[in-house]
Design a protein around this ligand. Structure first.
Ligand code: NDP
Ligand code: 2IT
Length: 444
């Protein structure tokens, strides 16, 4: 059996009931087959793939907190420190009832290659909890965040592991966590990114993931003889990534006609009103049903369906496996030309293959959404030098990073004979730097 197949089998056997982690490992290792085969003897002897798929360290802990009725609640917290070959662990904290160890491992594994693609010195990590911020009071969210950080603070630090936001973790949660870290550890340092601007945050970090997604989409289309201006776009999700992806798409002259949340989706034939969307989601923390109050001409639909609209470009920005084979077939039959992933692993493996086979340009999340973590690394740089850069400076660095990522994955795909396959290109380009660093550092 080939080394790649052996490791895939081993991961499934050793990590039962973690289907998302299996999926992420499969996607990466399948892409790396050509590189692994060329170095099979050395990689086997060094157990390189075994070291790559096993986290360096993982923490699972109890998070007790008291709700507004005086009832004690208990959640589970996680932090997986996956790979520190190229820098301190870096990656977000997800707060969502679906969180379990397998989800955090899939996200942490993806993060290794994503962070490598940014070209910045950050290793891969991820964490979170099955706590659901939805419907909780600010005090309850604070109680949870303080309890979560009381344990997490033992394992993180500005030079060891730097968490950030992800689903359910935004500016409010990062603020509460930062306050508790500082109180317990007694150090004022850049231990988290996505901080508020008054206490060490970076301008453009809030916008970075969505903006970065559009910068890479624009560059990819340009290199394939297409222009983003005038295109119709479907966005899913209505959180941080979706909002700023929508905003930048509109600034670039495209028309975004959909957004969604976990209960339904909106179709706005005149183009999504970002100001209304921000008010509903960032200020009121309300459902998308409210959108119709701002835009009477729009439609609200319960359930799934965002991919049924005829568009040129699809940008999944909600969650994993939200775009399946049936959705891919609908998109293709509606003439979609590009799918670029704002979320982490939003497209199933089967759907990805179908899209690629049908000539759709497909940019995977670990490249397309890398603008968020890249800007987090820029926030770390600003914290280290105790300076703040202007919005324009951070934004122009972000754009440069995204354009560079596209060219790196395009070249890696071409170099190994997979011209236009940006999944293979991203995985190989991300892997090469990590492996080089792992080899240089010996068996650790
Ligand atoms: P938010 O919490 O701000 O928004 C998440 C959005 O996705 C919400 O609209 C939410 O709907 C929807 N959603 C979440 N879970 C589900 C689900 N199970 N089914 C359907 N819809 C769902 O998160 P972000 O915008 O930060 O993250 C979105 C994606 O982007 C995630 O995959 C994340 O890992 C990825 N990402 C985020 C980065 C960042 O900087 N924030 C960087 C790179 C990637 P509802 O409000 O109803 O829950
Ligand atoms: O998935 C991701 O890259 C993030 N949630 C952002 C991580 C970060 O450290 O900014």
């Amino acid at each position: 059996m080939s080394y790649v197949d052996e490791i895939i089998e081993q991961v499934i056997k050793q990590n039962p009931a973690e289907p998302e982690f299996h999926q992420a490992v499969k996607e990466v290792l399948e892409s790396l087959r050509v590189v692994v085969e060329a170095n099979e003897e050395k990689f086997r002897k060094d157990a390189l793939l075994e070291r790559l798929v096993n986290p360096e360290r993982q923490f699972k802990f109890r998070v007790p907190w008291v709700d507004d009725k005086g009832q004690v609640q208990v959640n589970t917290g996680y932090r997986v420190q996956f790979n520190s070959a190229i820098g301190p662990y870096k990656g977000g904290l997800r707060l969502h009832p679906s969180v379990n160890l397998g989800i955090i491992k899939f996200l942490g594994f993806e993060q290794i290659f994503k962070n490598s693609l940014t070209g910045l010195p950050i290793g891969g990590g991820k964490g979170g909890s099955d706590f659901d911020p939805k419907g909780k009071s600010d005090r309850e969210v604070m109680a949870f965040c303080q309890s979560f950080m009381t344990e997490l603070c033992k394992y993180i630090g500005a030079d060891t592991d730097v968490p950030a936001g992800d689903i359910g973790t935004g500016a409010r949660e990062i603020g509460f966590m930062f306050g508790q870290y500082k109180r317990i550890r007694g150090v004022y340092e850049g231990v988290l990114t996505g901080k508020g601007l008054s206490y060490g945050g970076s301008l453009a970090r809030t916008e970075a993931t969505g903006y970065g997604l559009l910068y890479i989409t624009e560059e990819m289309l340009k290199c394939n003889g297409q222009d983003i201006a005038g295109k119709t776009v479907a966005v899913s999700g209505s959180g941080n990534v979706a909002i700023y992806a929508t905003q930048k798409a509109q600034q670039l002259g495209a028309k975004v006609v959909t957004v969604s949340d976990s209960t339904g989706w909106v179709y706005d034939p005149d183009g999504i009103d970002v100001t209304a969307l921000k008010e509903i989601k960032e200020v009121k923390r309300a459902r998308l049903t409210e959108y119709k109050n701002y835009r009477p001409n729009s439609e609200y639909h319960e359930g799934k369906g965002v991919w049924s609209v005829k568009v040129d470009i699809a940008l999944p920005c909600a969650t994993q496996n939200e775009l399946d084979i049936e959705d891919a077939k609908t998109l293709v039959s509606n003439g979609v030309i590009a799918v670029c992933e704002g979320a982490n692993m939003p497209t199933t493996l089967e759907a990805t293959e179908y899209l690629q086979k049908n000539g759709v340009y497909f940019v995977p999340g670990k490249a397309a959404n890398a603008g968020g973590v890249a800007t987090s690394a820029l926030e770390m740089s600003q914290n280290s030098e105790r300076l703040s850069w202007s919005f324009e400076e951070v934004d122009s660095k972000l754009k440069g990073i995204m354009v560079n990522i596209f060219h790196n994955l395009d070249s890696a795909a071409k170099k190994y004979g997979f011209d236009g396959n940006y999944v293979v290109g991203a995985n190989i380009a991300g892997f090469e730097k990590v492996v080089d660093a792992m080899n240089a550092q010996g068996i650790v």
